[in-house]
Design a protein. Structure first.
Length: 181
């Protein structure tokens, strides 16, 4: 069945490795007849959650207006989410971390988004798989709290310069996953 898939990217670097992985996934997903929404959190203006808890009595979404409002709208349209991020200092880049912090507005208000399932793709310079443990754990806890069925994660190690990912099997793999997701 065709789905609306939200592709959430995290890199501030346009056209970098995680963008290229996302684009391969999008090609596959669209070729299979799915509708794709894309939100590049690393290139948006999203302030930090200030812990005001004004969202507690709402229906999800942040009370402080910024670009998270656009992402919030997408979360109510999409059936599934696919997250693509580079590893920054063993964790999320700041822009997507700010967006994820604002997912608190759903948790806090007991509101569920439309999204029902998720996958996560992370890339980084390191070849040591344990380097990615903390970001993967963060994703897994996020999926659980957001009531997404976690369909799994993929680590793409050993990529540094923009385009390094083209020398890995990950691009072809991502297109295939897009087709079947
Ligand atoms: C600020 C910053 C922090 C980074 N931290 C890590 C890290 O902790 N571990 C790692 O393996 N790579 C790290 N990297 C490398 C990136 O994850 C890697 O270059 C990745 O391919 C960038 O993805 P992009 O091309 O989509 O921007 C870091 C890069 C930057 C710019």
């Amino acid at each position: 069945m065709n789905k609306t898939i939200l592709v959430l990217t995290g890199s501030p670097r346009t056209g970098g490795n995680s963008d290229q992985l996302a684009e391969a996934f999008i090609r596959g997903a669209q070729n299979a007849g799915n509708f794709v929404l894309r939100f590049d959190a690393g290139r948006k203006q999203i302030g930090p959650c200030i812990g005001c808890q004004a969202c507690a009595g709402g229906n999800g979404g942040c009370a402080v207006q910024d670009d998270f409002a656009e992402l919030s709208g997408y979360l109510q349209q999409a059936d599934a989410i696919a997250i693509f991020s580079p590893l920054y200092w063993f964790s999320w880049p700041a822009g997507i971390k700010a967006a994820i912090d604002k997912f608190f507005s759903y948790y806090c208000s007991g509101t569920q988004t439309r999204v029902r399932e998720s996958i996560f793709v992370v890339c980084g310079e390191s070849d040591k798989m344990e380097t990615y443990d903390s970001i993967v754990a963060s994703y897994e806890h996020t999926a659980e709290l957001m009531h997404w069925e976690n369909k799994g994660h993929i680590v793409v190690p050993g990529v540094t310069a923009a385009g390094d990912v083209q020398n890995t099997p990950a691009i072809a793999g991502m297109e295939k996953i897009g087709t079947y997701y």
